[in-house]
Write a protein that binds this ligand. Sequence first.
Ligand code: ASP
Length: 337
Amino acid sequence: MSRKRVLLAHTGGTIGMRRGPGGYEPAPGHLERLLAAMPELSSPELPETELVEFEPLLDSSDMAPSDWQRVARIIESRYDRFDGFVVLHGTDTLAYTASALSFLLEGLGKPVVVTGSQVPLGEVRTDARENLVGSLLVAAGGQLPEVTVCFGGLVMRGNRVTKVSSTGFAAFESPNFPPLVRLGVAIEPGPAAPRPPAEGPLRVADLRPVSVAALRLFPGITPELVANVLRPPLSGLVLETYGAGNAPTRDPALLEALASAVGRGVVVVNTTQCLRGGVDMDGYATGSALRRAGVVSGADMTPEAALAKLIWLLGQGLEPARVRELAAQDLRGELTA
Ligand code: ASP
């Protein structure tokens, strides 16, 4: 039987970096040379690979929504030639890109695995080798035809992950959804059923630039600050609230600022600052006040997924009422309805 074919899309990030005068930095062609020196990549147990490199390679802190779109286009333009796709990415904004790809790749029927590493592939104590080999197996396996993240021995739904460690090899967690696969001595499927392949063909929407923001509430936050963030041309806001979705209500001006922005068509999505659990705007008076102001529940979405979803919905030019409706719905397994 012929080996499966997997495209490696290298966007940048620690996995392919080299030490420079100011610390680790992207280096064109460096990863290709390292991969060529890995004998395991010719093993019949792994798929054949082809590498495509971003120009310029980016530390993921430098990535913007237009770069999410570039990754989606790389996959779209080679979709029929490969069995699966591995996106090599920096860890800093990997959760945003993985979430965005889950929305952008409509009709996806093949695995797209996003990975990276905490230590570059070229270093002795690297975690890149394990993350890469795991990703290649998932991408070639075909059992998970959705966007996943493979990192630190776990394969997780891409729009459920968040970066939880800047130093540990288990850098990502999926706090509100069980891992899809655990890569231990055995490859163990998780308790949740994988998503069925979406109805093709693959489609990638052209996103127009939109003005969105994320705002984390803090004790002492003023209505003026909130009103300033909500000023035009803002069209969407991810509000990171306390606990089950609560916000300060003692000064009505803060709620008035939110209600007036919602009245102008700004879509405000409520996500919790808590790592686990989600928003229930009927649990406390401080939460139901937000619902009355027109804030939409983000349920148990991560703030990263909520932001990527807003950019994707608003970027297609949908009406605010439609964006509000879709923001609260489960579209790609990103929230528990
Ligand atoms: N700053 C790096 C990046 O996100 C960190 C990493 O890759 O781990 O590109």
